[in-house]
Design a protein around this ligand. Structure first.
Ligand SMILES: Cc1ncc(COP(=O)(O)O)c(C=O)c1O
Length: 416
């Protein structure tokens, strides 16, 4: 976007965020548009130096797995580089259908539908299933694609404070007087906070108030539950969730998204969802890679990879806590690969990010609007392919950076 474009954008929004972001970018303080020069790995080449990768969603470490690469290559060689058409027309290969069948079996649902991205899956579900007469209740920390889908639908939006069941109940009790149906949508694992929604209690409330429930399993699928079907499986509510969404861009080492649910709903989406119909279908290589990764998750190896990434998450989390960081905890105590460190101040978060980058540690920064104002954090995440020695070396560097940073900029939030 041009300089003028950014200024207009800032004005339209009525705040100075673009100004702040530009200054932060000029000071080289943000991870935006960093160039990755080697395959995703625990230690990788980025902009001419080796960095410990602690900011990837490649949770199971499968993006460089030879079986996943072979799946992509075989699909590429069989079906070509792209399908140049919508799923409805010339964009469906046997591989797309196979992937849909395997996702449904994995999720334990009647059917599943594959979208070109996870973002489109959320737009496709919410923009199609809800209308202006309906009410949609969302957790305030839900992913942006959920909010985009809700806005597209023009349904009445009732947000509730992150994971606060009393606030959810208040929203539900107000929604009973709204015309139309009521849908609750939550992330199973929240993308920035890494915590897990209290799905059992949410399902209880949904049933009590006659609302339907949709769970975004982008970060839980491939990581939580005995089959890796996500937070809904782990918390034993699979049969009580009406629609589950997931992506291939995290544990499944590819790109694309899915919705899994009853045949009736999925069939309806196949013929009505604009985000499914009016875009080119996922490229064969992406589908082949996702299918190969899913087969690994569903094999005997899957539980081992999941156990390893969660063991790494515990080790990394305890290490950061030991260094005196305030690491955000899940209220229900469930550990996920996402380990967020609270910084609070946006500017300090950028500065700290830069100091870590210079020390060869790559993490992500989340500032408003990705998190609430004053809730800036470093979003760190681990993979099954990290080993303890690499994590310990990263902790050593992070400890040194923290000491120097606090000497110059004052104390960071400490553990509660
Ligand atoms: C919770 C959640 N839902 C949906 C998405 C969108 O998925 P994709 O990036 O695959 O389009 C993301 C991606 O960051 C996410 O974190």
């Amino acid at each position: 976007m041009s300089q003028t474009g950014i200024d207009v954008f800032a004005k339209v929004r009525g705040h100075e965020r673009a100004e702040i972001l530009r200054a932060a970018q000029e000071a080289d303080m943000l991870p935006f548009f960093r160039v990755v020069e080697s395959p995703a790995a625990p230690v990788m080449e980025m902009e001419g130096a080796e960095r410990v990768m602690l900011g990837s969603n490649n949770y199971l470490g499968l993006t460089g797995d030879p079986r996943v690469i072979a799946g992509a290559r075989e699909a590429l060689e069989t079906y070509g580089t792209g399908l140049t058409g919508s799923r409805l027309l010339n964009g469906t290969t046997p591989l797309h259908l196979e992937l849909e069948r395997e996702i449904a079996a994995w999720m334990g649902t009647e059917d599943a539908i594959v979208f070109t991205t996870g973002h489109q899956a959320n737009l496709g579900a919410l923009g199609t299933l809800l209308g202006p007469e309906d009410t949609v209740i969302v957790d305030s920390a839900d992913h942006a694609s959920i909010l985009d889908g809700c806005l597209l639908s023009k349904a009445k939006l009732r947000p509730f404070r992150h994971n606060k069941l009393d606030k959810l109940e208040k929203a539900l009790s107000r929604a009973v007087n709204d015309p139309g149906g009521v849908l609750i949508v939550v992330d199973g694992v929240f993308s920035m906070e890494g915590d897990v929604a209290p799905l059992k209690e949410i399902a209880d409330l949904a049933e009590r108030y006659g609302a339907r429930l949709m769970v975004d399993e982008a970060h839980g699928a491939g990581v939580l539950g005995a089959r890796g079907a996500g937070a809904s499986e782990l918390l034993g509510v699979e049969d009580r969730v009406d629609l589950r969404m997931g992506t291939f861009s995290k544990s499944l080492a590819s790109c694309g998204g899915f919705l899994a649910g009853s045949s009736e709903v999925i069939e309806y989406l196949r013929i009505q969802s604009r985000a499914f119909l009016f875009t080119a279908s996922a490229v064969p290589a992406a589908v082949g890679a996702a299918l190969a990764a899913l087969r690994i998750v569903r094999s005997d190896e899957g539980p081992q990879l999941m156990a390893k990434v969660l063991e790494n998450a515990r080790h990394w989390r305890e290490g950061l806590h030991g260094l005196g960081f305030r690491v955000i905890e899940s209220e229900n105590g469930i550990v996920t690969p996402v380990v967020p460190v609270l910084v609070e101040d946006d500017w300090k978060a950028g500065l700290l990010w830069k100091a870590l980058w210079d020390a060869g540690v790559f993490v992500n920064v989340a500032i408003h609007p990705a998190v609430p104002p004053g809730g800036a954090l470093l979003r760190t995440s681990v993979m099954a392919t990290h080993d303890t020695a690499t994590l310990d070396e990263a902790l050593r560097r992070v400890g040194e950076v923290k000491a120097a940073f606090e000497a110059e900029h004052g104390a960071l939030p400490s553990p509660l």
